[in-house]
Each structure stands twice: as C-alpha cells, then as structure tokens.
Write a protein that binds this ligand. Structure first.
Ligand SMILES: [Zn+2]
Length: 151
C-alpha cells in the first residue's frame, strides 16, 4: 500500500500532461522536465514506455510525440483491464501477461494469484486471474512461442 500512497499525486494528474507540448517544437530534456514538472527519472520511464526522442548533442523531444504519448497513456489508463492484463502499482500502467514475465502464485478453486515483474521499474504487482482465462492465455502463449525471437 505504501507504493500506492507515494505515487498518488502522479496517478491522479496524468490528464495534466495532455496537449501541453507544441507539436512542431523540439524540446531538450530540461525543457521537457520544466514543461511537465517532472524529474529525469520520470522521463527515462516515459522513454522506456515508448516516448520517442532524437539524439543530437542533446536529446530532443518533438512536441507532437510528447502529446501523442500522453494521450495514449491517458486513454489507456481510463480503459479497464482486459482479461490477461494487470494494472501495475509500480508504474501505474497496464501490462499484458503476454508481454511481461509472470509467476503463478497461490491457487484457489476458481482463481489463481499471478505475480508480474514490471519491465519499467522491476517491481512486483499481483492480480487474480480466473481459471478459464488462465487456460486460454497459456494456450495462446504456447501457440505463439515458436514465433518468439530474441530481440
Ligand atoms: Zn509496471
């Protein structure tokens, strides 16, 4: 619960990032920090989560990319978790069990506790998954495993 409490202010205000950047403007990292009121770690986290940047002598962010990134994250956070998705208390995003490593923890008659490792923070989140959803997920993963490559 302490992790939730600590990041509460951030999770409430994701909406405040929307449409803030000028689409055709290039921002340096310090400018992005100032524009959104965030620290360097947050920007590193955004980059891990798909925010594009350019490498010149300094890293540059295009305003359009910043806006599109925050819009996508805002929309994504509003949508409830689909079966096979886990809301991550570490980075406040949803992770698909198809994309992150997970462990099956305790099992009751109708549902299994699943632990995931957050790819952005390395933290652990837990969810419960119904037996039927777990079965179909496992089948899909087995089906896809022949196509998985290393990069
Ligand atoms: Zn996460």
């Amino acid at each position: 619960m302490s992790a939730l409490k600590k990041t509460k202010a951030r999770s409430v205000g994701r909406r405040r990032f929307l449409g803030k950047a000028r689409a055709n403007w290039l921002y340096t990292q310090p400018e992005v920090q100032k524009l959104f009121g965030v620290c360097p770690n947050t920007i590193r986290n955004w980059r891990r989560n798909g925010l594009r940047s350019f490498k010149a002598n300094v890293r540059l962010f295009l305003g359009r990319d910043l806006n599109a990134f925050h819009k996508r994250r805002y929309e994504d956070a509003k949508r409830p978790c689909a079966p096979g998705e886990v809301y991550c208390v570490c980075c406040k995003q949803k992770h698909s069990l198809r994309e992150v490593p997970y462990l099956l923890d305790s099992k009751s008659r109708f549902r299994t506790r699943v632990l995931i490792t957050c790819p952005a923070t390395g933290g652990t989140s837990a969810t419960y998954i119904r037996e039927t959803d777990l079965t179909s997920l496992t089948q899909q993963l087995n089906h896809n495993s022949s196509r998985v490559s290393d990069d």
